[in-house]
Design a protein around this ligand. Structure first.
Ligand SMILES: [Zn+2]
Length: 356
């Protein structure tokens, strides 16, 4: 049974008024598509918008968590909210789909450790420490100066360990990852990432940091977004130039606030991002899985689709209903055994859930 460690479906639902239960939604993950595949659980991320102030991000996340609970509780025969290994086991027994909540962006804490307890009580199982912008206590991979963990960062890690909230270092800077790995008492993860060895860009996970995560007994979940997986994207230079101009115009605007700029840019990316001339194949995901397995074995790799947070999906794996194609390809191309494929596509995350 398959577990997806990261998607942005809730953000699409709330921002674009998409209907999760419609038979013809434009979502990459919806109830109808999920009904076609052997998925056991998904981690639905609530995006905090790292450009919002702490107080606004906190309020946004709390509001969306409530709305997300209501959404899934409206169909209790199919969905079960989960916060533990035991919850997931029960959901599987009852043949319901396990729904975990995560938060993408530690600014939602509003620099207050007691927020973590509130989030845990609202059902949050995982927090991605940083998003596009760092917090006052952790540096992101896009920040200019890598200070790693600082301020209350160490206390945040200790409190997340104590409350059983999984620490996710996707989007974090190299030093933040190293600092967290050094002090955590529980496994840490990268919930949706590409690998530097195959795609040398700042967002990618280096072999060194991959090993640090594996050393904590954590997992590295491979993103499906082609641009996380390769820097060889064949795109028409003229339309890319045109698009970059529009992004720059938003960046340079004096009338928009920081977070209005992010919202405008997200909208532009969703609607006008120039697609590659040839969309890369989902075989890239298999290459990434192989690299992790070759480096540290098959206990530390998983999948984190990033569906509904990406402007386009790889060719062959356009939405969640095609997810079992990964099983076929892991068999056919890499000749992995069933037991290994089961770990990669789901049970490594189950093992992790037991130990946090
Ligand atoms: Zn992300």
């Amino acid at each position: 049974m398959i577990i997806d460690f990261h998607n942005d479906t809730l953000t699409k639902i709330f921002d674009n008024n998409e209907d999760f239960f419609s038979n013809n939604s434009s979502l990459q993950i919806d109830a109808h598509k999920l009904s076609k595949v052997p998925i056991s659980a998904l981690f639905f991320a609530i995006w905090s918008n790292s450009f919002l102030s702490g107080a606004s991000a906190h309020a946004l996340v709390c509001d969306r968590l409530q709305r997300a609970r209501t959404l899934f509780e409206s169909d209790p025969h199919r969905f079960q909210l989960c916060r533990s290994y035991e919850d997931l086991s029960l959901a599987e027994q009852e043949k319901r789909l396990g729904v975990f909540f995560s938060i993408e962006g530690g600014n939602a804490l509003n620099d207050d450790l007691s927020s973590l307890k509130i989030f845990a009580e609202l059902g949050v199982k995982l927090i991605t420490l940083t998003h596009f912008k760092g917090t006052s206590w952790a540096t992101s991979d896009r920040d200019h100066h890598d200070r790693g963990l600082h301020g209350i960062g160490h206390e945040v890690v200790a409190e997340m360990n104590r409350l059983g909230i999984i620490i996710d270092v996707a989007h974090a800077s190299k030093k933040t990852m190293s600092d967290v790995a050094k002090i955590t008492s529980r496994p840490i993860v990268s919930s949706h990432t590409g690998l530097y060895a195959l795609n040398p860009v700042p967002r990618s996970l280096t072999d060194e940091h991959l090993k640090l995560i594996a050393n904590t007994e954590g997992v590295v979940a491979i993103s499906f977004y082609p641009e996380h997986l390769t820097n060889k994207i064949d795109r028409d230079p003229a339309s890319m130039k045109e698009f970059t101009k529009k992004i720059e115009a938003i960046d340079n605007s004096t009338s928009l606030s920081e977070w209005e700029k992010v919202a405008a840019e997200n909208k532009l990316i969703n609607e006008e991002y120039p697609l590659p001339r040839r969309i890369p194949s989902y075989e890239l995901i298999i290459d990434h899985i192989k690299h992790v397995v070759d480096l540290v074995g098959d206990n530390y790799v998983a999948i984190g689709s990033d569906f509904d947070g990406i402007p386009y999906a790889p060719e062959g794996l356009e939405d969640i209903s095609k997810i079992t194609k990964l099983i076929e390809l892991l068999h056919k191309r890499l000749h992995y055994r069933d037991s290994s494929i089961e770990k990669i596509l789901g049970s490594n995350i189950k093992r992790l859930l037991k130990s946090v």
